[in-house]
Design a protein around this ligand. Structure first.
Ligand code: 2PG
Ligand code: MG
Length: 441
């Protein structure tokens, strides 16, 4: 079936900013997708395009879409809707330099994802299954990684650590992982309330705490896991996104909450100290994006107990993964960092070749779009990270994952579970911790 129309539309995201929706039609098949948008963006990411000026804080996309709409129609009408590679190639021809956007990565990724939805619709397959057939490997269900406390660029720098999340390696399904996480989320909220430290919710729906040190936040999250009745790190463990590029001022890491400014080696020592004191099994972007050697030093220091994830460091870029992927254990996969699904799949292949595990990730600016949940399952990523377990733009993805889980299980597929954290303190043990102690099963 051939693409016969491309519709572009300005819609709204979870920060109240305009964003790009693209709809592709091919006969009776229709696919639609909405571009997400980051706040703590990596330097190497494919750049989005905005109108600038004073209207809507410069974030409007009306002019961008007026410009892109006719170009997309001229480039894509007549192409085979099931030839994702050809569609993505055309998009890359319209946008030859990812860093100097002509139409913008927000337009290319929404178009590329819309094409995947339309392609799936044309062959009457769910998207996750279509992606697994065309660009991925065997479909399987990822381990959710879910934000409990938000800080950094998502909470006005109130905490230095950007994301304090949990994973549930002891859970035996997505259903159970989400339930355990919801228990921890509620306990964290109650603990913050009791201490007079609940300041609202941050960009991705995690609690926005009022703390005087990063240690206080880590201690509270550890206590929330305990209060919910789970054994840490075997059943439920902590994952952090430091987003350290945001803390780097060009000379040192400014940990404002702790009133210290650290050089690279001191930052490594501080992070290792947190890993020693708290049940942490995953740390993302421990050092700034320019310092792959520093990231390697951290990875060596925590080998065998903590997963180290490259987000701003690798920006879902196959060439970067091939050159510096060995500095981490895990690649974060954000399709809009790559600009098209084909390029994101190439980064996934490079990560697999380098022996890395992979976590598919949404952005801090999101919508009801659920493509990322289908990508995680269809491409068989070990993890999925979409923010908290609150707010519609986050629950849309978790709830979609629950629906997909039913279909995957019915067709004999499996949940990655604890194996997602291989090489960490949570992974070597078998299933001895898989029953929650609080008996709420
Ligand atoms: C990250 C993401 C999601 P942003 O850093 O991993 O938490 O944030 O989309 O702002 O880059
Ligand atoms: Mg990150």
């Amino acid at each position: 079936m051939k693409v016969d129309d491309v519709i572009v539309r300005r819609v709204w995201d979870s920060r109240g900013r305009p964003t790009v929706e693209v709809e592709l039609r091919a006969g009776a098949a229709i696919g639609r997708a909405i571009a997400p948008s980051g706040a703590s963006t990596g330097r190497g990411e494919a750049a989005e395009r905005r109108d600038g000026g004073s209207r809507l804080g410069g974030f409007d996309v009306s002019d961008v879409l007026d410009h892109a709409g006719p170009l997309l129609r001229a480039a894509l009408v007549g192409l085979d809707i099931n030839d994702q590679a050809a569609i993505d190639r055309r998009l890359r021809e319209l946008e030859p330099d990812k860093h100097h956007p002509m139409i913008g990565a927000n337009v290319t990724i929404a178009t590329s994802m819309a094409a995947a939805w339309a392609g799936a619709s044309a062959v009457s397959r769910p998207l996750w299954r279509h992606l697994s057939d065309t660009l991925g490997g065997p479909a399987r269900l990822p381990l959710p990684e879910i934000q409990i406390l938000g800080g950094g660029a998502h909470a006005d720098g109130r905490l230095d650590i950007q994301d304090l999340l949990v994973v549930a390696p002891g859970a035996s399904s997505v259903v159970q992982a989400l339930e355990w996480t919801a228990e921890v989320y509620l306990c964290a909220g109650a603990l913050l309330q009791e201490g007079g430290r609940r300041g609202g919710v941050a960009d991705e729906g995690g609690w926005w705490p009022r703390f005087d040190s990063n240690d206080d936040a880590l201690a509270l999250l550890t206590k929330a896991i305990e209060r919910a009745g789970y054994e840490a790190p075997n059943q439920v463990a902590i994952a952090l996104d430091i987003a350290a590029s945001q803390l780097w001022d060009g000379a040192r890491y400014q940990l404002r909450c702790d009133h210290v400014a650290l050089d690279g080696p001191e930052m490594v020592t501080t992070l290792v100290g947190w890993c020693d004191r708290y049940p942490i099994v995953s740390v993302e972007d421990p050092l700034a994006e320019h310092d792959a050697a520093g990231v390697s030093a951290f990875t060596r220091a925590v080998t065998g107990r903590v997963q180290v994830v490259g987000d701003d460091l690798l920006v879902t870029d196959a060439a970067l993964v091939r050159s510096i992927g060995d500095s981490v254990t895990t690649m974060l996969l954000k399709p809009n960092q790559a600009g098209t699904l084909t390029e994101a799949a190439a980064a996934l292949a490079a990560a697999r070749a380098a022996g890395l595990t992979v976590i598919a990730s949404a952005r801090s600016g999101e919508s009801e779009d659920v493509t990322i949940a289908h990508i995680a399952v269809g491409w068989g990523t070990e993890g999925l990270k979409v923010g908290s377990i609150t707010r519609g733009e986050r629950t849309a993805k978790w709830n979609e994952l629950l629906r997909i889980e039913e279909a995957v299980v019915a067709s004999g597929g499996s949940f990655v579970g604890r194996a997602a954290l291989r090489g960490t303190a949570a992974a070597p043990q078998a299933d001895q911790w898989s029953t929650p102690r609080n008996g709420n099963e």
